[in-house]
Design a protein around this ligand. Structure first.
Ligand SMILES: *Cc1c(COP(=O)(O)O)cnc(C)c1O
Length: 270
């Protein structure tokens, strides 16, 4: 198994192994984007090209930067997906599928629920090539994942706003919310507050001194989640006694609510 993360090995799957796994039933190669992704997209695209297969990139969390909207396709991917509900700030049940027209048409045909005749259907010509259809497909596998018109329009508006935003100003606003939390929590015993200012989205790490607090970081996490308002730090570093705060969805006033909740918990601890 590829197991750099388990620590039992230092390698992931290699390009030759992906090539070896391809057979007549392989339709596409799925690649999940991320700083630690191995093999690289270039290597996977090379394998896919040799096999005549398309590559789909899961880039759900790869915005910002906005340049990523085009980067994966420019690097040879055939399709790319982005979450509508993360940094784009659009509807949670939305996302973008971009790339090769024929594959997007194939995906769109899987969403249909049209109890009409083919002759009645007038989809945009650059979206659906009617000349390729012998009939109107029945309910496809995408049907249970139907996206409402409200989500479609909401996502388009969110995308326009995201692209119109000044990236530096957006990041500064995220950082300011974290600094507000840090300011409110500085000097509290049992707690170190560290701003992680690298990366597209800054993070705030709350490092819990379990000894001094007489309470585990996991305890604090559960208490924050159970509070009113419910506060949901990332728990990915809970084993290192750290709670991580992501500012993406924080609005004005909410940093103060986080400070109040953490202080209340610290004061009722130990
Ligand atoms: C968030 C995420 C998803 C899921 O995106 P949704 O918009 O919530 O469906 C998928 N893949 C990766 C890599 C993600 O980070």
């Amino acid at each position: 198994l590829p197991d750099r993360f388990a620590g039992a090995g230092v390698r992931d799957a290699e390009p030759f192994e992906i090539a070896d796994a391809i057979d007549g039933r392989t339709a596409m190669i799925h690649w999940v984007a991320g700083p630690a992704a191995r093999p690289s997209l270039d290597e996977v695209v090379a394998v896919a090209d040799r096999a005549g297969l398309p590559v789909l990139v899961d880039a759900a969390a790869e915005l910002p930067p906005a340049t990523n909207l085009r980067r994966f396709i420019e690097s040879g991917a055939d399709l790319v997906v982005f979450s509508g509900g993360k940094a784009l700030g659009g509807p949670q049940a939305s996302g973008i599928l971009a790339g090769r027209r024929d594959l997007i048409m194939a995906a769109a045909l899987q969403q249909l629920d049209l109890d009409i005749a083919l002759a009645q259907w007038r989809p945009p010509a650059d979206f659906i090539d009617l000349s390729q259809l012998a009939g109107l497909p029945q309910h496809g596998i995408g049907r249970p994942c139907k996206v409402g018109k409200e989500e479609v329009v909401g996502l388009l508006v969110a995308l326009e706003r995201f692209l119109a935003d000044d990236p530096a100003a957006r990041r500064a606003a995220w950082r300011d919310r974290l600094l507000e939390i840090r300011h409110g929590l500085l000097g509290r015993r049992g707690l170190e507050v560290v701003l992680r200012d690298e990366g597209e989205v800054p993070l705030l790490a709350l490092e819990i001194d379990e000894q001094r607090l007489g309470r585990t970081a996991f305890d604090l996490l559960l208490a924050l989640e159970a509070g009113e308002p419910s506060i949901r730090p990332y728990s990915s570093e809970i084993h290192d006694r750290r709670l991580l705060i992501n500012p993406l969805a924080l609005r004005g006033g909410e940093p103060g609510a986080i400070v109040d909740a953490v202080i209340r918990l610290l004061e009722t601890s130990s």
